[in-house]
Each structure stands twice: as C-alpha cells, then as structure tokens.
Design a binder for this molecule. Sequence first.
Ligand code: PMP
Length: 328
Amino acid sequence: MVRDFIGNTPLRRDEYLSMRYNTNILIKEEFHNPGKSSKDRAAWFMVEDAIKTNKIAPGGTFVEASSGNTGISIALIAKKLGYKAKIFVSASCSDEKIDLLKSYGAEIQQCDNSNGLHVFNSTQYLAQNYSSNTENTYFTNQYYNSNNIKAHYKTTGPEIWTQTNGEVTHVLVGVGTGGSISGIGRYLKEQNPKVKIFGIEPKDSVYSLYMQNIPIPDEEAKFDSIEGIGRTFIPGAFDKNAVDEIFQIDKNATVSISKKYREISGNLLGYSSAAVLAALDKHIEKMNLTENDQVVLFFPDHGDRYIHKLYKDLVSIEEISEDYNASI
Ligand code: PMP
C-alpha cells in the first residue's frame, strides 16, 4: 500500500552546517517519500479523504493546480489506486517535473500563472473550471483543502518532535500553499509554545506583508520565481498563528548557495531547500541561535528535479567564497 511508504523520512544531522553555524542543524529529507517530495503527504490526505467521502467514483480523475510536486504526488497515488490525474501547471515548472508528470501518466495543461482562483487563466482557475464542467472529477484544491495542513499536523510535526526527542527549538520551512509550515508549526507549538517557526519566501511574495498586518496589494504582484514557494495571495492553507516570522530571500543568493553547498557536501539541493539554507545564512542573527539549539531545515525535494535550472553550469571550487570555505 503506497500509504505505508509515505512519511517517516529521516532527520539527518548536517555536520558541516552544524559546525559552520555553531549549533545543531538537522535536515528533514523529504525526498525519501515515494513521489520524492513532501507533497506525497498532502496528496495522500486529500485523495484518501475524497475517496472515503465519495467525492469521486472509482476510475475518476483527480484535478490539481500545481508547481509540479503536488501534481507528481497526486498522479502517482491516483495511478496506484486506479484513478486518473489531470494537472494544471504554471509556466515556471521545471522540465524534469513535466517529464515526471507525463511518465506517471498524468494529463497536463500548462498555464500562464498560478495567481489564485480569482485570476482568469491561472492554474487554480482553470483546474476548478475544468473540474466543475467534467463528470467524475475532483479538484483537490491544495490551497484551500484542510487536509493539506492536516497531513503535516498528523505526520511531519509528530515525526520532527519524536526524532528530536522533543528538543527541537527552531524549524525553517519554505512557504508555498502554507500547508507544510502551518501543520508543522501548529503541532510543534502545541507540544512546546517556545518552538520558533520561520517561513521562507522569495523576495516580493506576500506572506511577510500578511504577517505584519500590511494589506496585500490588489494588483497581481510579481515575485522572484523560486519553484514551490512564494505567493501573490494568502491561501486558506496558511495559518498565521503557527508561524513566528517570514524571511525573504532573493533568487541569486539561493542559486549561489545551492552551488556552494554542492561543492562542499556533494549534495544537490532542491530549489526551495536552497532558499531555506540561504535564508538561514542571511537571517541567522535574528534567530538568536545557541550551540544547544536543535534547528530543523525542511527540505521538500531533491536537486535532481532542478538540474537544468541549478546545476548544469558547474562552478569551480575557486569560485566559492573564502568565507564559505573557511570552516570546511
Ligand atoms: N518547496 C517545494 C519544492 C514545493 O513543491 C512546495 C509545494 N508547493 C513547497 C516548497 C511549499 O510547501 P507548501 O505548499 O506546503 O507551503
């Protein structure tokens, strides 16, 4: 049963980062899920709920708007359970993810943007429109489906708590729909209200405005494209109370740290994982970390989904700043 293989991902101590930042850095490696991303968790909860509550009949089609990973997870789970998948993807979706979606048998439709249900021709608008006009389809609607938060509240949060023996002090999570950070933050703060939950978004995305009670501009904001994170609107899957602060990070810093980390550790970071690491590097002073802290970095997927975007042009070790090399 595919469910048996979703979740329970490793939490790995990163020796290099722990030494560099003089604290305990633990990486939650979500690429060990069957669909190779954290999105298997939300996809499973949404699909299972729809089937159990008869929102879709056997053989029907699951419909979703996705930057790629949720679509891949839904396609994989749907196929295993005898359903079909139709995924509306945004223009920013990597070639690797498009190929994977096709390989899992999903029908895909590329759209101009993913700016929300209210925006004409967005992935969400077109997915909803298609589902309302097509028999035996179900739009999982990850941006507003409570099972998205629930998946992380019921699985990821408890895993992090158990894997750190209740000693986790900080968690850094990229924010896309908000499901991961909200579920993890809600669960961990219930166990210990002192746990700090930091969200990461690209420059000009709107979560930080929302956290500071600044009105979200009506016009369609443009934000730096870092696949999987950032929004122009606040989805129902984001719970402000589960989050302490949102940090912004720019694309160049993200790309640069992905290459440096590869040179140092040999590992290929996913795009939004690199953004989380770049945000730690940039905002570390504000986090007031001590050497006894247990800092969890949530890595939703792996760099092998971003070879063309991040790793094709190999940088040489000489290009890595002296500063970053200093503590190897
Ligand atoms: N990183 C990646 C690579 C993702 O695919 C997603 C999901 N869109 C996220 C981060 C953000 O997760 P969430 O939607 O739960 O906020």
